[in-house]
Ligand binder design. Structure first.
Ligand code: XIL
Length: 320
């Protein structure tokens, strides 16, 4: 009943355009993916820009391939994501739609996508990163909230639930590991939505951690307060990045601290009753998004670029 997952790299994403897709072309990668995990999350392939490249066209090829792979390997899938401010197609962000049209577009997308994979997705990140660091809704950045108002969030959950009544529906964000302004905002919002009978089932912390800052030491306490609302909780995108020395290779001390952080994150989840899903954001540095997005930082996953297991890999294994 406990799920250990990874993001599945591929389908374009932060790697160069013509970079061979790891999921389809790297045999070693696929082998480890099939063997070491019982949950998978498409890193990009279920985002709007991949699934919905034109207003009247969906492209399910890459997402279907991951779902089929997961079924063949008896893995569950976390769907990611339906309502987000980022990685939306240009036709949507730049389009000139009325409110009624936008509402219909979101309804159609959720119904089509969630419906297609109904019964095959364990958890959906319905709403991703809707609050900023201060705990304010991203009213400017998020096209849905900006154009349709915050009520659209509840609608997204209702539509997803209609399309797949068995899938667990989540709020997902980064920077919400600790008890802080941002996680407070989620706590408040989910309490309200639950009181209104909106089908919200889970709250998850991405956990993109950096050794530049401290470990989020109230993680367990934070997950627990959501658990107490009756929600499931999850860790969905764990990686632990660090500043790399000149040599480009982490020191032993860095790797040990990293292992400790991986282990503590897993332990926090294991300690909370309904935290049943723990996902790392890729398992090899070969395809990690970290060096591309965070200058000077890297080595954030549990295996080197050559798939050599780091102390973090062993720390997770010995904790499970
Ligand atoms: C990242 C992917 O890892 C990259 O490949 C992509 O270029 C950008 O997005 N929060 C999320 C994820 O919810 O979807 C992001 O994934 C990382 C931060």
């Amino acid at each position: 009943g406990f799920y250990v997952g990874t993001a599945v790299a591929g389908g374009g994403h932060h790697l160069e355009q013509d970079y061979p897709d790891p999921f389809t072309s790297d045999r070693k990668y696929r082998k480890i993916l099939g063997q070491q995990f019982n949950s998978v999350s498409p890193e990009n392939q279920m985002k709007w820009e991949f699934l919905h490249p034109e207003r009247d066209r969906y492209d399910f090829e890459a997402a279907d391939a991951i779902v089929e792979f997961a079924q063949r390997h008896k893995q569950v899938v976390r769907g990611h994501t339906l309502l987000w401010h980022s990685q939306n197609p240009e036709w949507l962000e730049e389009g000139d739609f009325s409110k009624e049209e936008l509402r219909a577009i979101l309804h159609d997308h959720i119904t089509t996508v969630v419906g297609r994979y109904a019964g095959k997705i364990q958890q959906w990140d319905v709403a991703n990163e809707i609050f900023d660091e201060q705990g304010n809704l991203r009213t400017e950045e998020n096209i849905w909230i900006r154009e349709l108002g915050p009520g659209i969030i509840a609608d997204a959950f209702r539509w997803a639930h209609q399309a797949d009544p068995k899938a667990k529906l989540f709020f997902n964000d980064y920077g919400v590991e600790d008890v802080n302004a941002k996680s407070d905002a989620y706590h408040e919002l989910t309490r309200e939505l639950l009181a209104q009978g909106v089908p919200v089932h889970g709250f998850s912390a991405q956990a993109h951690l950096s050794m530049r800052y401290g470990f989020p030491s109230s993680l367990e306490e934070n997950l627990r307060r959501f658990d107490e609302l009756g929600l499931e909780t999850a860790i969905t995108e764990l990686d632990v990045r660090m500043d790399l020395p000149e040599s480009g290779k982490p020191t032993r001390a860095q790797l040990e601290q990293q292992a400790d952080w991986y282990q503590r994150t897993l332990s926090a989840c294991l300690a909370v009753a309904d935290c049943n899903s723990f996902t790392i954001w890729g398992f090899t540095d070969k395809y990690s998004w970290v060096p591309v997005f965070f200058e000077g930082e890297g080595s954030a996953t549990v295996m080197t670029e050559d798939f050599v297991r780091k102390p973090a890999f062993h720390a997770l294994r010995s904790t499970l």
